[in-house]
Design a protein around this ligand. Structure first.
Ligand SMILES: *Cc1c(COP(=O)(O)O)cnc(C)c1O
Length: 366
C-alpha cells in the first residue's frame, strides 16, 4: 500500500508468475511451461544479419512482415491478425476491448473454473464482473454450461491451463453459436501440443465473434521475446488496434518482429520440436502413472498430476524444489492436490521421475 498510488493500484491483485531462479544454481525448471529446446536456427540467422542501424526507426505499428507471415501460415488475411507484446498483453487488450460492453457493468465474463490465472487479474483490474463456470468430473468442460448464461464475453484456454485438457471444435462452435452477441476468446497458448493439432482458426469464417489468441512463448521456444497475436474477424482486430493505439502504438519491436517471423516460417523445426515434447509427455505420463499418480489426459506441454495417496502435493512440491526441480503448485481449492509439471527434455523428466520415486519410498518407509 502507498499513499502515492491510486485506489486501483492499491486494490490490485497482480498475477504471480512462476519463479525464475537466479542464474548459477543448476535447476531443472518445469514450472512455467517454457520449451526446453532452443528456438529455430533461423532465429540466429536473422539476428546475425540484422542491421542495427534500423533500431533508429520506430517499428511498424502492426508488426510488418510478422503479420504477413502469420497470415500466410494460418490462411487468413493480414487484416485478421493483431500482434502484441506477448499474448498476455493481447489478452489484456481483448478484455478491455470486448468485455463490459456499453458500460453494462452487470454482465460477467464467463471463464472456466479453473483456467489461466491471469483472467481473474484482468477482470478485477478492469472492473469487469466475472462468473466462473465449474468444470465437470476430471476437469471436463461441458459446452452446455455456457448456454443461456447472461454474459458480456467468454474466455477459455484450449487446451486449458492448468488442467491440460482440450475441448473440441464442435464445443467451440456450440459456444460461439449460443452467444452470438459476445466475443468468445479461445486462448490457444498450448494448441500446438495437442495430438492431433486442431485450431479454432478454421472456424473464423463462420463466427465473427470468435477471437483466437496465440503465443510464440511455448511451442516456438520464444518466451523471452514477448510476441503474442490474435486472429479474428477484421471487425474484432480493428477494435484491438483502437485499444492499442490508445495505450502504446508500438507493442512489438523491430527485432522481435523479424525473429518471431523467422521462427514461425520454420515449420519443419517447429514440427520436430513439438513431436519431441509430445513423445516425452507420453513417457512422463506413463512413468508417473506407474508410480500411482493420476492425471487428466494432457493436450499441452505439461501434465497436471495428482500424487498417489499418502504423498501430499504441497510437500512433494517443496521436496522437489530442495532437489533443484521446480514445478508449479497452486495452493487453492482442489488444485492443491495436484502439481503442474512442464514437459522438459527426456533427461529432465527422467530426473523428475527418479526424484518422485525417491519421495514415494520415503513416505512408505516413514
Ligand atoms: C503462457 C500462457 C499465456 C501467456 O503467454 P505470453 O505470450 O508469454 O504472454 C497465455 N495464455 C495461457 C493459457 C498461457 O498458459
Amino acid at each position: 500500500m502507498s499513499k502515492y498510488w491510486n485506489k486501483k493500484i492499491n486494490d490490485a491483485e497482480p498475477y504471480v508468475a512462476g519463479e525464475q531462479p537466479k542464474e548459477g544454481r543448476k535447476i531443472i525448471k518445469l514450472n512455467t511451461n517454457e520449451n526446453p529446446y532452443a528456438p529455430s536456427p533461423k532465429v540466429a540467422e536473422v539476428m546475425a544479419s540484422f542491421d542495427i542501424a534500423e533500431l533508429r526507426l520506430y517499428p511498424n505499428t502492426d508488426g510488418g512482415k510478422l503479420v504477413q507471415t502469420i497470415a500466410d501460415r494460418e490462411g487468413v488475411s493480414p487484416s485478421q491478425v493483431f500482434c502484441g507484446n506477448g499474448s498476455d498483453e493481447v489478452l489484456a487488450l481483448c478484455f478491455q476491448t470486448f468485455f463490459e460492453k456499453d458500460g453494462n457493468t452487470d454482465l460477467p465474463v464467463l471463464t472456466p473454473d479453473f483456467s489461466y490465472s491471469f483472467y481473474p487479474v484482468y477482470e478485477s483490474f478492469y472492473d469487469i464482473k466475472s462468473k466462473k463456470i465449474p468444470l465437470r468430473e476430471d476437469f471436463r468442460l461441458e459446452k452446455t454450461d455456457y448456454e443461456g448464461v447472461p454474459n458480456c464475453g467468454i474466455a477459455i484456454a484450449n487446451p486449458n491451463a492448468p488442467t491440460s485438457r482440450a475441448i473440441s471444435l464442435d464445443d467451440i462452435s456450440y459456444i460461439c453459436e449460443k452467444n452470438p452477441d459476445s466475443v468468445v476468446i479461445i486462448d490457444e497458448a498450448y494448441a500446438y501440443f495437442a495430438e492431433p493439432y486442431v485450431t479454432a482458426v478454421t472456424l473464423l469464417p463462420k463466427y465473427p465473434n470468435l477471437c483466437v489468441v496465440r503465443t510464440t512463448s511455448k511451442s516456438y521456444s520464444l518466451a523471452g521475446l514477448r510476441i503474442g497475436y490474435a486472429i479474428a474477424s477484421e471487425e474484432l482486430i480493428e477494435g484491438l488496434k483502437r485499444a492499442r493505439d490508445s495505450f502504446n502504438s508500438y507493442p512489438t519491436d523491430r527485432l522481435a518482429q523479424i525473429v518471431a517471423a523467422a521462427a514461425i516460417s520454420d515449420e519443419e523445426y517447429h514440427r520436430e520440436c513439438r513431436a519431441k515434447i509430445i513423445a516425452t509427455r507420453k513417457y512422463t505420463e506413463d512413468a508417473l502413472k506407474a508410480l500411482g499418480f493420476t492425471m487428466p489426459e494432457s493436450s499441452a506441454n505439461f501434465v497436471f498430476a495428482r500424487p498417489p495417496k499418502g504423498l501430499d502435493a504441497g510437500l512433494l512440491y517443496k521436496n522437489l524444489r530442495e532437489k533443484g526441480i521446480l514445478v508449479r503448485y497452486f495452493d487453492k481449492d482442489v488444485l492443491r492436490d495436484y502439481l503442474r509439471i512442464t514437459i522438459g527434455t527426456d533427461e529432465e523428466m527422467e530426473a523428475l521421475v527418479a526424484a518422485c520415486t525417491e519421495e514415494i519410498k520415503n513416505v512408505q518407509n516413514s
